[in-house]
Ligand binder design. Sequence first.
Ligand SMILES: Nc1ncnc2c1ncn2[C@@H]1O[C@H](COP(=O)(O)OP(=O)(O)OP(=O)(O)O)[C@@H](O)[C@H]1O
Ligand SMILES: [Mg+2]
Length: 239
Amino acid sequence: MSEPFLSVESVSASYGNISALHEVSLEVATGEIVALLGANGAGKSTTLNVISGLVRATHGHVRFDGEAVDRLSADHIVQRGIIQVLEGREIFRDMSVRENLEMGAYTRKDRAAVAADLDAMCDIFPRLRERIGQRAATLSGGEQQMLATARAMMARPRMILMDEPSMGLAPLVVEQIFDTVRTLNREQGITILLVEQNAKLALSVSSRAYILENGEMVLNGASADLKDDEAVRRAYLGA
Ligand SMILES: Nc1ncnc2c1ncn2[C@@H]1O[C@H](COP(=O)(O)OP(=O)(O)OP(=O)(O)O)[C@@H](O)[C@H]1O
Ligand SMILES: [Mg+2]
């Protein structure tokens, strides 16, 4: 790989005296979809939070597009083009679907392009167009996930960090969300780092994957190979 778009280099992080990550490294190339897998508590969300500046690394570095970003504030990291879709999909519950989407673009000045993007997101997620005036709190779980993803896209990110987009959703909705992940990657060239408990699905959409265990990176490789790996199958795919 030439200089990676994103590189996490030997990052450690802790909460008080509880260590959550120990010298974790990973790389994502421009335009790639990479999956980050692991059991509950393995450190997946913490890894995303370090990249997006919500949690400070105690050791190691994060580089994005040739620049060290591990000392930047979360706001500045957003400005560099990295957007995180949080676990539990933090939408603005009392705002309408339209207002949520507009909030996603609040740093942008190009109002005409914002309007066009809003329209494009409604093409990708027709459900959102039908419910454009509805209060976000009253959307179903799957619709809230669509809104969170679409809102993140409204910032025109260069890279998107997705934390368990399938959580709590019916299989059909999950398929739809993953189709969208593929579409965003293919049509908009968005680079994606995807955290998932649903390893099977994540390995089917990503080109490469990393596996975290108790805060340490234990394995990485091509997703197709990991899918067929006996140890991975036993530990993560329920086979
Ligand atoms: N705010 C916090 N304060 C204290 N400990 C935390 C905090 N957030 C996470 N941890 C701990 O850090 C470890 C890693 O948590 P993390 O949320 O990164 O795991 P995860 O892989 O995302 O798990 P899950 O699949 O359940 O979301 C866990 O042991 C967790 O209890
Ligand atoms: Mg998590």
